[in-house]
Design a protein around this ligand. Sequence first.
Ligand code: AMP
Length: 170
Amino acid sequence: MNIEQYVRDIKDFPKEGIIFKDITPLLNNAKARKEVLKKFIENLPDVKIDKVIGVESRGFFFGILLAEALGAGFVPVRKKGKLPFETLSASYDLEYGTDALEIHTDAIAKGENVLIHDDVLATGGTIKAVTELVEKLGGKIVQVNFLMELEFLNGKDQIKAYDKYFMLQY
Ligand code: AMP
């Protein structure tokens, strides 16, 4: 199956100069979604995963499916001010702006094996902040995976230390 055909390019969204990678056609197709989940699972390191981290908000979709398939807990990393309990915070740069991300302090126990998932790796600012949060809580990052990498933005440089998997590269 050609998964690429379920990712739609939207020019100049959310602002001029950005080509937004829209994954809603993929989410809308049960067969394609199933295939993507299968591929993610096939490309994981052979260790038990305790927690799957999904990055707000498009990392939640396959994050929760992965957690379900792996029998792991699911942990949302959210934009500042959205999580109600005690949080850890890390600031980050985005391809279009800056912000802070937060995680609940009780979401990961020291030594737990953690898989981090998001839809797109662009400049890598977001994912760097997420890895900082996970490591501050004592989680062991077993893989960072994405539906796609925008290679020309060199986001990979921000996550050199970790096992990585990208299903698609642009
Ligand atoms: P970055 O921190 O630059 O790696 O940006 C990654 C985050 O921004 C991810 O959570 C993506 O969902 C989102 N993002 C950045 N660029 C794009 C893009 N061109 N299309 C869709 N999402 C994007």
